[in-house]
Ligand binder design. Structure first.
Ligand SMILES: C[S@@+](CC[C@H](N)C(=O)[O-])C[C@H]1O[C@@H](n2cnc3c(N)ncnc32)[C@H](O)[C@@H]1O
Length: 239
């Protein structure tokens, strides 16, 4: 039987640094350029999800190696479903599940088709982290994601441009041009070729745009614990 290290290595490269093995000392991505990722990032927003998820359902869209799925299963969620379109990452997630002995479901599926993949069912908590900017059709996907949110969506997107967010009018005359030079106006930067060496980075919103997109798919932003992360509720449930 090959060692755990060699099995981890054969499944790589990993994007999620998971800790496996009896004493949790085998790391799947110890040399990740972002450090101990995503554990280091999760520290900034883990308090936004209840510590006790007993009886609740979780959908993790773009689950990758399953880091967040495993974290929420450890909080007692009754059902955790991770979906990703990449079979390489799903193999990693399934391997980690076996090692961690956590009862998480992993399914191959595309966010554009996510309503059909999950049978139209809503989930108490939906995670949509690190996926939006990888999509050529982000608003179409976000509408589908929003339709599945029972209690809360935890959303993250890479953001670029101005950090400042301002109030803008609901409408402007056709002659108004200056507002489009205001870098606080919602903007999405289109990446024709690649960004950070990644040709799947297509659309990068500024913070104002992330927030406007979330509102426009029927969500209310209830928390913004750190740059790029938003916690949202369905607007109908809160207004
Ligand atoms: C940057 S990683 C983010 C992983 C994880 N959610 C996180 O925040 O650490 C993007 C993930 O989204 C997945 N993904 C990209 N496009 C997708 C799509 N159209 N449908 C489903 N998953 C997708 C990728 O395979 C990858 O696992």
């Amino acid at each position: 039987m090959p060692s755990l290290e060699s099995r981890v290595s054969a499944l790589g490269p990993w994007f999620h640094n998971l800790r496996l093995g009896a004493d949790a000392t085998i790391q799947t991505a110890p040399d990740h350029p972002l450090g101990d990722f995503p554990a280091n990032f999760w520290q900034f927003f883990k308090h936004c999800v209840p510590d006790d998820l007993s009886g609740q359902s979780v959908l993790d869209i773009g689950c990758n190696g399953g880091f967040y799925s495993f974290e929420l299963k450890r909080r007692g969620a009754a059902r955790v479903l991770g979906v990703d379109h990449d079979p390489v990452y799903l193999n990693q997630a399934r391997f980690a599940r076996e090692q961690l002995q956590l009862d998480v479901e992993f399914m191959q599926g595309d966010v554009y088709d996510i309503d059909r993949v999950v049978g139209g069912q809503r989930f108490d908590t939906v995670l949509f982290l690190g996926v939006l900017y990888h999509l050529r059709h982000p608003l179409y996907a976000l509408e589908k994601v929003a339709s599945l949110v029972g209690q809360r969506l935890v959303f993250q997107s890479m953001e670029r441009g101005s950090w400042d967010v301002a109030e803008f009018a609901a409408d402007y005359p056709f002659s108004e041009r200056d507002v489009f030079f205001d870098e606080r106006f919602p903007r999405m930067y289109y990446v024709e070729h690649a960004y950070a060496g990644d040709g799947t980075n297509w659309w990068i919103p500024n913070p104002a745009c992330s927030q406007a997109l979330l509102r426009s798919v029927g969500l209310r932003i209830v928390d913004h614990p750190c740059h790029e992360v938003y916690v949202c509720e369905p607007r109908a449930a809160t207004s």
